[in-house]
Design a protein around this ligand. Sequence first.
Ligand code: NDP
Ligand code: 8X3
Length: 261
Amino acid sequence: MSRTILITGATSGFGKAIAEKFAQGGYRVCITGRRADRLAAVKSELETRYGTTVFTACFDVRDNAQVDAAMNELKKHVTRIDILVNNAGLAAGLSTIDEGSLDDWETMIDTNVKGLLYMTRQVLPMMREQASGHIINIGSTAGKGVYKNGNVYCATKYAVDALSQATRIDMLPYGIKVTAINPGMAETEFSLVRFKGDEERARNMYAGVNALQAEDIADIAWYCATLPPHVCINDLTVTCLTQVNSVYNIKEADRVKPKEL
Ligand code: NDP
Ligand code: 8X3
């Protein structure tokens, strides 16, 4: 039987690209998100293109009652989950801590931390029973170093880092892999969401940067998931060539160009 991957937040960005990569690789794919129309479109596209089975579950990861109901329904069809990708997440706003919006803070904490916990709590007992499985948590360079105005978003990604480490320790006897993938700046809908639909501001974030693309992260997730059973990448940080970490990055035009061969 095919292996099964469950990906949260697969209606765009990393999650959607990871769903495609694993569908192409022969996995049964379970995708989640709040936008039902997008879930249906991704399902239809992947089933047509790769002939795989795609399950959809439309819910808000912040609401544990919704998570519970959706997962109970999914578990009627899927009795084994080989990989959980905790990807659903967002940044909301960018401001100093004395002026931050409490609504934005709650949205980020509830999605990036509590949502990840609710999903992990649903899936780990299955993996423990299987005595195998792989949790891939999408962290961030923001969880490795704090940047100006990033305060609460960074805090949520530091929490993802801590929870990845903790899960790895707690699940050690059960052969469950835990990988944290920490991307830097990547061109998805992330900035559009952060800046609440301001397309120009979102576009400017990536102007002249040659940022990471969603497919880059999907390739990395695939690599991490297809290593031999005894090998686990615990923690992986990846940036585009013009970024070092949360603080230091330059424009592509300011990079010394490689000499022609
Ligand atoms: P996108 O905005 O393109 O995708 C975010 C996904 O998360 C969407 O599918 C969205 O689905 C889902 N999502 C958001 N909130 C919820 C919610 N409450 N319940 C269920 N699903 C939700 O951004 P990215 O692909 O860039 O982001 C994916 C992850 O990567 C996030 O955790 C982000 O923090 C992290 N990250 C992003 C980086 C970047 O620069 N792009 C760099 C480092 C990390 P829907 O709206 O349909 O619910
Ligand atoms: C997303 C990358 O630098 O915008 O986690 O925080 S950044």
